[in-house]
Design a binder for this molecule. Structure first.
Ligand SMILES: Nc1ncnc2c1ncn2[C@@H]1O[C@H](COP(=O)(O)OP(=O)(O)OP(=O)(O)O)[C@@H](O)[C@H]1O
Ligand SMILES: [Mg+2]
Length: 364
C-alpha cells in the first residue's frame, strides 16, 4: 500500500483536483484506491459526489479518539469503482484545535495508526491536505512515505516551497523515516510567456524532483468537480483526463521510496561511486543558532545527505558542510535559523523566479 499525501500550504494550487483525479486515473488503471479527505473544507468529498452533511460519520470520529481506538473502515464509503473515500466534514476544523490542546505524543500519529490497521486491500491511499501546515497536515506527513506538492504555474513563489521542504526535512529527522517529495506543475497555460518561463525555472531548480507530467489548465476539471466525478469518469478524452492519466503512469512507474533504516550506512556514503567528489563549504556567523544547507543536490531539503561540523573561532562560529557530489553545476542556499540566504562568501549566484538569489557551485 503506497500512501501519498498531497500537500501545499498555499491555497488553490490544485491539491484537491490532483488527489481526486490521480485517484480516479489510478482506479481506472485497475488499482484499488482510498482517498482520505483531511481538509475541513471537504472539497475532495464533494468532488467525489458525496455531500458531507448527509453522512452520520466522518474522519473526525476516528481521529478524535486516541490512536487505534476506532477503525477507519467504520467511516469509509464507496465513491465509484475501485475508489473509496474516508470523508471529511467541517467538524474536522474543531479537531485541529482539540489536538492542539492535547499534549499527547500520539496526536500526530492518529492517521498513520488508522492506516496501518487497515486490511491489506488498497494499492494506493491519497491524502488531500488543508492549505496550512497544522496538526492535520502533520498527521498526513507522518502517515505518508510520499508527498506530491502541486505548484501553480500562474503564480509561483519558490520560498513557500522551500519552507515546505524544510518542514518535511524536520519531520524526517523526528520520525526517522524518509518522505520522498515530488513537485507537480499545475494550472499551466502554455500560451502565456510567464507560465512557460516559470515551468523552465521550476524544472531547473527542482530537476528530478519534478514530475515530467504537467497539469494544464482545463475547464473540464472544474466541471468534473462540480459534477462530483473524477475526470476519468466525466470527460475521459479532455486534456485534464489525459494529464492525470499521464501522472498516474508516472506514479505507477516510480518505485515507492526505500525505508531509510533499511539502507546500510556504508552503502549510502558511496552512492555515486568513484565519480563523487567531496565538496566543503563554510558559513561564518556570530549570531546564528542553526545553519543548514539546501540545494538542488539534496532536493532543497536542508542538510539532507550533508555532513556538518561546527567550530568556534572567538565569537564567530563556523559551520562546515561536507557534500558528496558528482561533477556538475548546482544551486544552493543556506538556511540560517529558518531564513533562506545565498552564500555571502560566494560571488557566483543567479536570480530565481521569485526574485531571490541562489548561490552557484561548480564541481569539476
Ligand atoms: N488544471 C486545472 N485546470 C482548471 N481548473 C483547475 C485546475 N486545477 C484546479 N482547478 C480549479 O482551481 C480551483 C482550486 O483548485 P483545488 O481546489 O484543487 O486547489 P486546492 O489546492 O485544493 O485548494 P485549497 O487550498 O483551497 O484546498 C478549483 O476551482 C479547481 O476546480
Ligand atoms: Mg483543496
Amino acid at each position: 500500500m503506497r500512501v501519498i499525501a498531497v500537500v501545499n500550504q498555499k491555497g488553490g494550487c490544485g491539491k484537491t483536483t490532483t488527489t481526486v483525479n490521480l485517484a480516479g486515473a489510478l482506479a481506472a488503471d485497475g488499482s484499488r484506491v482510498l482517498v482520505v479527505d483531511l481538509d475541513p473544507q471537504a472539497h475532495a468529498t464533494l468532488a467525489l459526489g458525496i455531500d458531507p452533511e448527509e453522512l452520520d460519520q466522518n474522519l473526525y470520529e476516528i481521529l478524535a479518539e486516541p490512536a487505534g481506538v476506532r477503525r477507519l473502515e467504520e467511516v469509509i464509503i464507496s465513491a465509484s469503482d475501485g475508489l473509496d473515500l474516508a470523508p471529511s466534514s467541517i467538524v474536522l476544523s474543531a479537531l485541529e484545535q482539540k489536538l492542539a490542546a492535547e499534549r499527547h505524543d500520539s496526536r500526530t500519529e492518529r492517521l498513520s495508526v488508522a492506516l496501518d490497521n487497515l486490511p491489506p486491500y488498497y494499492d494506493y491511499v491519497l491524502i488531500d491536505c488543508p492549505p496550512n501546515v497544522g496538526l492535520l497536515t502533520f498527521n498526513a506527513l507522518r502517515a505518508a512515505r510520499e508527498v506530491i506538492i502541486p505548484l501553480e504555474m500562474s503564480f509561483f513563489a519558490v520560498d513557500g516551497v522551500q519552507k515546505l521542504l524544510e518542514t518535511v526535512a524536520l519531520l524526517n529527522d523526528r520520525i526517522g523515516h524518509d518522505v520522498s517529495v515530488r513537485i507537480l506543475p499545475t494550472l499551466y497555460d502554455g500560451r502565456t510567456r510567464y507560465a512557460r518561463q516559470t515551468l523552465g525555472d521550476v524544472r531547473e531548480l527542482f530537476k528530478d524532483l519534478c514530475f515530467d507530467t504537467v497539469i494544464r489548465n482545463n475547464v473540464k476539471l472544474r466541471e468534473a468537480a462540480r459534477a462530483g466525478k473524477p475526470i476519468a469518469r466525466f470527460a475521459s478524452s479532455a486534456n485534464g483526463a489525459r494529464d492525470y492519466a499521464a501522472l498516474a503512469i508516472e506514479v505507477e512507474a516510480s518505485p515507492p521510496p526505500a525505508i531509510r533504516n533499511d539502507i546500510p550506512r556504508e552503502e549510502k556514503e558511496t552512492v555515486g561511486g568513484d565519480s563523487t567528489r567531496e565538496v566543503v563549504v563554510r558559513y561564518r556567523d556570530a549570531q546564528a543558532g542553526e545553519v543548514r544547507i539546501a540545494g538542488d543536490f539534496n532536493g532543497w531539503i536542508p542538510d539532507k545527505g550533508v555532513r556538518s561540523m561546527i567550530e568556534s573561532e572567538g565569537e564567530t562560529r563556523i559551520w562546515t558542510k561536507i557534500l558528496y557530489l558528482p561533477p556538475g553545476t548546482y544551486q544552493y542556499r543556506y538556511v540560517v535559523d529558518g531564513e533562506w540566504f545565498r552564500d555571502p562568501d560566494n560571488t557566483d549566484f543567479v536570480p530565481t523566479a521569485a526574485g531571490q538569489e541562489n548561490s552557484v557551485l561548480v564541481v569539476r
